[in-house]
Ligand binder design. Structure first.
Ligand SMILES: [Zn+2]
Length: 666
């Protein structure tokens, strides 16, 4: 059910195309701070000049190599869309760009949704209105989707999960430090401001918008308290609760689940996976104990929260002001074209992606990537077989799982058919909703059918990669198979350090703290002996403690348990890529390039994919919610665990980049 990716989807992108003056090795020499000591702070050594030369663009909250590349892909997509004319993607993009049409329609697109909420006269009607809201893309109260069954991964099952919060995490509602209190006050101001705008647009000023905001905060705080925290959710045993519809109805008498399930648009089902039963119970108590008026206010708010950015500019700007400016420190709203390219990617991603691949992805990169994947898988097998802490029986199970891993490179074999989605050039809101409905119907139609492992969870231009535990596959979109990740003109050493570690990272996810709880068929199944599991936990605990000690912003610490899976994947992935490099060097020895040995090039190639600048606000949100560590620690945190790094740069015990207690799982 979960996907583990390489980085949080780069939600915001910006600025000019990048020109790489190519060095002999492919190491980005201009990015380096040669005055830094690689044994004291390798991140500064590899990325110092890049960080100085790359302040965060005003329309971003973080700026990393991922964003540079995403920006380049975005420009390619823009070119495609501007030439797309009267095609589906051309019209979708055109409708998004037509701000005057959006302005003219005012709040008319959401009026029917709001009217449906207004018409609710009893709590018994909540299920019906939730069907309507979920159908219209309003993510209120809980989330509902169809995904593989964790214990029967060939089959799809309904997942009912927690949701319905407007802030990024439950902790934002529960913490009582001054900063958290201030942020909640700012959030209430934002809700208030949106209600005022709505009242103005409806021609009936809201009598008491402050009270509205307070109702929203009250309802969301109850949902937050009932929500499972992110660390607990990392254990798949905590998020699997298959039950019959009767059991669910018995658990939560105040919400008409049967009515919801029979009208939402799925085939009849007998059982569902209630991901977080305590949340569902909390939701039920909320409905029982809250006035209908407060619940309706909360639902109205979520219509604005979901769709504010598609409404006239005043709503759009207020939405940006809180969610991007206050929360993440972004100075300016991105150019309209960027937002519209991204909206097209979200709505019709494989239609746009198909054109992107024609323009920007070459068969040679696919061949090279496939070859690298094969090499890295071979190294993983050796790594498992050589693991001194694992017994032969468990190793055998691990190797069997590894052999079942499949990989997908670039783009889908079969493109999604969007021909049933009606798109018109003068109705942006309608276009978005129809595309959303299409995806929802597609999702619901999976029930009762075998899981389609050929489906992609990311669009081709995406600069990211992922492992899916239920499908046991690793996926590399075309968007990431470009410099600086994969550079056909760079040395093998640099490519092993960059794309090689990315491949190793995704593969290691199959064997991280969560991935290890699934087998080769994608089922949650314990294939570990108790001793081997204990050894794994002890090794994982070393990483937890290490990353718990990292601080991205004064006063803020990373959460070692939240980031464990990603850190395990980083730390394991680089070993696999390094072993592949050594194998390659044993066949054809390479000399120094740009003054660096192949081993040094490898570590520079690795560290340089993590060069990054963040706003302070964004660093705080990331530390609270992002399972990935920031670039600085992805570089230094990993390398300080590696004796191979120590050797390559002749570092010594006592240097900051040489851990006294190096961690290693894989
Ligand atoms: Zn990952």
């Amino acid at each position: 059910m979960h996907k583990y990716c390489l980085t949080l989807a780069a939600a915001v992108l910006a600025a000019a195309p990048i020109v790489h003056a190519q060095s002999a090795s492919g190491v980005d020499l201009k990015a380096m701070d040669m005055t830094a000591n690689p044994c004291q702070n390798f991140y500064q050594y590899a990325c110092g000049a890049w960080r100085k030369a790359n302040p965060i663009p005003p329309d971003q909250s973080r700026w990393a190599r991922f964003n540079e590349l995403a920006e380049r892909n975005l420009a390619i997509e823009r070119g495609i869309l501007e030439k797309a004319g009267d095609s589906q993607i051309g019209n979708f993009y055109g409708a998004c760009m037509d701000e005057s049409a959006i302005e003219q329609r005012g709040i008319q697109p959401i009026a029917p949704i709001l009217a449906a909420i207004t018409a609710v006269t009893s709590k018994a009607q909540l299920a019906a209105v939730m069907v309507r809201l979920h159908h219209d893309g309003v993510r209120a109260l809980f989330s509902f989707s169809v995904r593989p069954d964790d214990k029967n991964a060939g089959q799809e099952i309904v997942h009912i999960d927690q949701g319905g919060l407007g802030l990024p995490d439950r902790d934002y509602y529960l913490k009582t430090d001054a900063r958290s209190l201030e942020l909640r006050r700012q959030y209430e101001d934002h809700v208030h401001a949106m209600f005022v705008l709505l009242g103005k647009a409806e021609g009936q000023p809201v009598t008491d918008p402050e009270a509205g905001a307070a109702s929203v905060m009250k309802v969301e705080s109850v949902l937050a308290k009932a929500s499972m925290d992110r660390v607990a959710r990392r254990d798949p045993a905590n998020t699997y609760h298959k039950m019959t519809v009767d059991q669910l109805a018995g658990l939560t008498p105040d919400f008409e689940w049967k009515q919801y399930l029979t009208t939402v648009g799925i085939p009849p089902v007998e059982s569902v996976d209630v991901v977080a039963p305590d949340f569902v119970k909390g939701l039920d108590a909320l409905i029982a104990n809250t006035s209908l008026a407060d619940l309706k206010t909360y639902l109205r708010w979520h219509v604005l929260a979901a769709h504010g950015d598609m409404l006239p500019r005043a709503f759009d700007e207020e939405d940006f002001r809180f969610n991007e400016h206050i929360l993440r420190g972004t100075a300016e709203m991105p150019a309209r074209w960027k937002r519209c390219v991204r909206a097209t990617d979200r709505a019709l991603g494989e239609a746009l992606g198909q054109e992107f691949v024609k323009e920007a992805f070459h068969g040679a990169s696919k061949q090279r990537a496939l070859q690298l994947v094969g090499e890295i898988e071979g190294e993983m097998r050796k790594d498992i077989e050589n693991a001194a802490w694992m017994t032969p029986g468990t190793k055998q199970q691990a190797v069997a799982k590894l052999q079942d891993v499949t990989n997908k490179i670039g783009y889908p074999d079969k493109w999604r058919d969007y021909s049933s989605v009606k798109v018109t050039r003068d109705d942006y809101f309608g276009d978005v909703l129809r595309a959303y409905n299409f995806e929802q119907r597609r999702n619901f139609a999976k029930l009762g059918k075998p899981v389609d492992k050929s489906e992609w969870g990311m669009t081709p231009p995406t600069v990211n990669a992922y492992y899916s535990p239920n499908m046991n596959n690793i996926n590399f979109p075309a968007g990431i198979l470009q410099p600086p990740f994969y550079n056909p003109n760079a040395s093998d050493a640099v490519n092993y350090g960059a794309v090689g570690t990315v491949i190793g990272h995704e593969l290691t996810h199959g064997f991280d703290d969560e991935g290890r709880k699934y087998d080769g068929e994608g089922n949650m199944r314990d294939w570990w002996t108790a001793d081997d599991a204990r050894n794994f936990e002890a090794r994982a605990d070393c990483l937890v403690k290490e990353y718990d000690g990292f601080s991205p912003v004064p006063g803020v610490k990373l959460k070692g348990k939240l980031t464990l899976g990603e850190n395990a994947a980083d730390n394991g992935g680089i070993h696999l890529a390094y072993m592949a490099l050594l194998d390659s060097l044993s066949k054809h020895m390479e000399g120094k390039l740009d003054g660096f040995t192949p081993q040094q090039q490898f570590f520079l190639g690795y560290a340089q994919i993590w060069c990054e600048n963040d706003t302070e606000q964004s660093s705080r949100v990331q530390a609270a919610t992002n399972p990935h560590s920031p670039g600085e620690f992805r570089a230094n945190g990993v390398l300080q665990n590696m004796p191979e790094f120590e050797q390559a740069f002749s570092c010594k015990a006592g240097d900051a980049m040489v851990s006294a207690d190096p961690c290693r799982i894989w």
